[in-house]
Design a protein around this ligand. Structure first.
Ligand SMILES: Cc1cc2nc3c(=O)[nH]c(=O)nc-3n(C[C@H](O)[C@H](O)[C@H](O)COP(=O)(O)OP(=O)(O)OC[C@H]3O[C@@H](n4cnc5c(N)ncnc54)[C@H](O)[C@@H]3O)c2cc1C
Length: 371
């Protein structure tokens, strides 16, 4: 990829959102594009704690119109290439690397984007290799680098659930702050290794369960692990929020907003979610009332024309695109919008629709399973 010419499209981030969007852009006839990545391809997954695996299963249903849930291109399947159904982080990074190499995606790795400016003709993107110019820009920087700090006094005494130390074996009593997927995942991990774990969360997300959207209820495998952990008698749940953590020798004491206190034998683990991670494009997005980036029906910033968002921070109304199988539905849509805007032939993107990997009409997503 040249850093001097003006590209038709530039993607920042080489995770599943960035690689997947780039693969859709590659299907647009005669479009110049590239990807900038500050680390290596799949960097986030290389940083995942070793014991963490996907919660969305992979299975090679591609030939029958059921593309592998974790695939980022219609003709690929992590289950097929890796031989596993719940990939670890490094395994999934390997899948992304092999897909990028097979389809020859132009990527500059070890290239941190530090600034983005909008000009009349497009974008000037700053990185250590010099400015990169592009007519359109896709931000696919992910959320992993922006964990939410727990809102309590003594937050510095906690370990974030994304860090390897939170997954190391712990004896005795463990406290997890936050009870959705990440909190339940790490709580079950420690129960399975013999610890006694308390999870605190006033929202009791472990109970959520009226709808069929996995963005609002525990995934089936998480639910099964949660049930097994409960049956040991060593997983305790408290419907309250943590307010303050203090340390007293080898005991960490957490005060809750219901007036009680929980003691733990190691640093409390904060599983308190992630922010949108917009990095150097932060100033180029309006925010919704709930704090997520505001985009139009084409996933384009409502503040900055020709800037698109790809990945788990995408929200449309009440829809959350927080899993690969959700946000990948927009790769071909965004590529199609960019291609048409630049007068290119986008007909090849129909292959994404045939594979069930293109959703233009977002009202289709809001369905409930009958049973
Ligand atoms: C703990 C955890 C578990 C999850 N489990 C699942 C799951 O089982 N199934 C599922 O579908 N989803 C899961 N998700 C959701 C997950 O966020 C996404 O599936 C996936 O990582 C998002 O892909 P992405 O490409 O948007 O972001 P990432 O994979 O984070 O990729 C973003 C890339 O952008 C790069 N980058 C960031 N800033 C810059 C910059 N300034 N310059 C250059 N490069 C930059 C990063 O280095 C990174 O490589 C999980 C998320 C978390 C946090």
């Amino acid at each position: 990829m040249s850093t001097t010419n003006v590209l038709d499209a530039l993607v920042v981030g080489a995770g599943p959102a960035g690689i997947g969007t780039a693969l859709a852009l590659a299907a647009v006839d005669d479009l110049t594009f590239g990807v900038l990545e500050r680390g290596r391809i799949g960097q986030t997954f290389l940083e995942w704690p070793a014991a963490q695996t996907f919660l969305t299963p992979s299975f090679t249903g591609n030939g029958f119109g059921a593309t592998d849930l974790n695939a980022v291109h219609p003709e690929t399947s992590p289950a097929f290439s890796l031989g596993v159904d719940y990939p670890t982080g490094p395994q999934y990074a390997k899948y992304l690397r092999s897909v990028a190499a097979y389809f020859r995606v132009p990527i500059l790795d070890e290239t941190d984007v530090t600034g983005v400016q909008r000009h009349d003709e497009g974008f000037e993107v700053q990185c250590a290799r010099g400015p990169v110019l592009a007519r359109t820009l896709v931000w696919a920087g992910g959320e992993f680098h922006q964990p939410n700090d727990p809102r309590l006094s003594g937050a510095g005494l906690c370990d974030a659930a994304r860090t390897p130390q939170a997954w190391e074996d712990r004896d005795g009593r463990v406290l997890v702050i936050g009870g959705y997927e990440s909190g339940v995942d790490i709580a079950c991990h420690h129960v399975e290794r013999g610890a006694t774990v308390t999870v605190v969360d006033a929202q009791t997300p472990w109970d959520a369960g009226s709808g069929s959207d996995p963005s609002f209820r525990l995934a089936p495998r998480s639910r099964a692990r949660f049930t097994a952990a409960r049956e040991t008698g060593r997983l305790h749940l408290i419907a309250a929020d943590a307010r303050r953590v203090t340390r007293d020798d080898d005991t960490w004491v957490t005060s809750l907003d219901n007036g009680t206190r929980v003691s733990a034998d190691s640093r409390p683990i904060a599983a308190t979610g992630y922010g949108p991670g917009l990095g150097p494009t932060e100033h180029l997005f309006h925010r919704r009332d709930d704090g997520w980036p505001e985009v139009d029906e084409d996933d384009q910033s409502t503040l900055t024309p020709d800037l698109f968002l790809s990945g788990p921070s995408l929200r449309h109304g009440g829809l959350k695109f927080c899993f690969v199988y959700k946000f990948r539905q927009r790769f071909a849509h965004v590529a199609g919008v960019i291609g048409r805007r630049l007068g290119k032939d986008v007909g090849a993107l129909e292959a994404w629709r045939s594979a069930g990997m293109l959703t233009d009409d977002l009202s289709c997503c809001d369905v409930e399973c009958a049973c």
